[in-house]
Design a protein around this ligand. Structure first.
Ligand code: PLP
Length: 381
């Protein structure tokens, strides 16, 4: 006798592949360009530039590699300080450590959950008074929503500090009609398995500056000098994207618009499904742009909801549904406990009460209804 088959696991944001990806991948395979170089890498870079509206791009092995190279491009090194959004995934701050510099963290604003431009201004003012400005500022576009670049860029330009835009989660989002990836000296993207489009693992570095991207390609290809033999005048990295994965990325780019629109539908579905419950609020959508709604994120006030975000997460987990707490701010991470932070209470509150809900673009309406039933049953207000 067999019991009922277990319900298929619902993941947070799994890959969603289609026929174009398969066709392009087979083409890459059949052409025998099985290397971190090839026609699909070139075409992916070209098509990415067209999609994002940037002139130059280098396809890399990960978003982390792109951040690492971005800091090297800007000459960040030992003894330097880099300002970083505290509310982010660890890799943003790790990249600062890779180059031997030290991160200093800035809290979020409650309008977008991204770097608070006012606190950044205070930090740069006090750094200027100390006579030691940071070497760069890394601004993150979290959960698919751009930071408030108007005041951020203006402040950084006033102090002459370059900006790196970590747009890993924000492909397809806009800020004042400008696409994510348009801001700062360099911007970086991720095609990790859970991102809005994926190559299983991969990243892209983009810039308005052709020289910067050319240099990124050079460093990412072991920094080989132009000589017939193997000659190296500086330390290089093995950071280029495989031609096979670039083929998958090209197929994924073709459906980016559909993916954004399905993510938006899912966000609005959840809003209608339990936005009425006391104590539940959704990630604020800042009026200055359009997010890609990568993950639907909510806050749960336990005093009004009668249960915590962890109670909801466990209720979903029991039914084989994945939900996750939001990023734990960097200034709360044991590894960064000695780093400076400006404020911190906003991101601490978001972390305490926040939950990411399943947001995969292949979610069916029946699955969304199932999630809704479990969520509403958790309400004890
Ligand atoms: C904000 C942020 N920055 C950087 C990365 C790093 O990208 P990757 O996983 O491709 O190295 C990620 C995600 O993974 C991310 O969420």
């Amino acid at each position: 006798m067999t019991g009922p088959s277990p319900l298929k696991r619902i993941y947070l944001s799994p890959p969603h592949m289609g026929p174009a990806e398969r066709e392009l991948l087979v083409d890459a395979f059949d052409s025998n360009w099985i290397a971190p170089i090839g026609p699909h890498v070139d075409a992916f870079e070209r098509e990415f530039c067209e999609t994002v509206g940037v002139p130059y791009a280098a396809a890399l092995s990960s978003g982390t590699a792109a951040l690492h190279l971005a800091l090297l491009m800007l000459g960040v090194g030992p003894g330097d300080e880099v300002i970083v959004s505290s509310f982010t995934f660890a890799t943003t701050a790790n990249a600062v450590m890779y180059v031997g510099a030290t991160p200093a963290f800035i809290d979020s604003d409650p309008i977008s959950w991204n770097m608070d431009p006012g606190l950044l201004g205070e930090e740069l003012e006090s750094a200027a008074k100390r006579g030691k400005l940071p070497k760069a500022v890394i601004v993150v576009d979290l959960y698919g929503q751009c930071a408030d670049y108007g005041p951020i860029i203006e402040t950084c330009e006033r102090y002459g500090v370059p900006v790196v835009e970590d747009a890993a989660e924000a492909l397809g989002s806009t800020y004042k009609d400008m696409p994510a990836g348009s801001f700062g000296a360099v911007a970086t993207f991720s095609f990790n398995g859970n991102k809005i489009i994926t190559t299983s693992g991969g990243g892209m570095l983009v810039s308005l500056d052709a020289g910067m991207v050319e240099r990124a390609r050079h460093l990412a290809t072991q920094a080989k000098d132009p000589a017939p033999h193997y000659q190296h005048s500086e330390i290089g990295y093995n950071y280029r994207m495989s031609n096979l994965l670039a083929a998958v990325g090209r197929g994924q780019l073709r459906v980016l618009k559909d993916r954004v629109s399905r993510k938006r539908e899912i966000f609005h579905f959840y809003q209608r499904a339990f936005g009425d419950l006391p104590g539940v609020s959704f990630m604020p959508i800042a009026g200055y742009g359009e997010p890609n709604y990568w993950l639907t994120c909510i806050l749960v006030d336990p005093a009004r909801f009668g249960a915590t975000r962890e109670d909801i997460r466990l209720a979903l987990e029991k039914e084989n549904i994945e939900a996750r707490p939001l990023w734990k701010p960097m200034h709360l991470q044991p590894i960064f406990k000695d780093c400076r932070v400006r404020s911190g209470s906003v991101s601490e509150g978001i972390f305490r009460d926040g939950l990411c809900l399943p947001s995969g673009t292949a979610l069916t309406d029946a699955e969304l209804q199932r999630i809704t039933r479990i969520f509403r049953a958790a309400f004890k207000g």
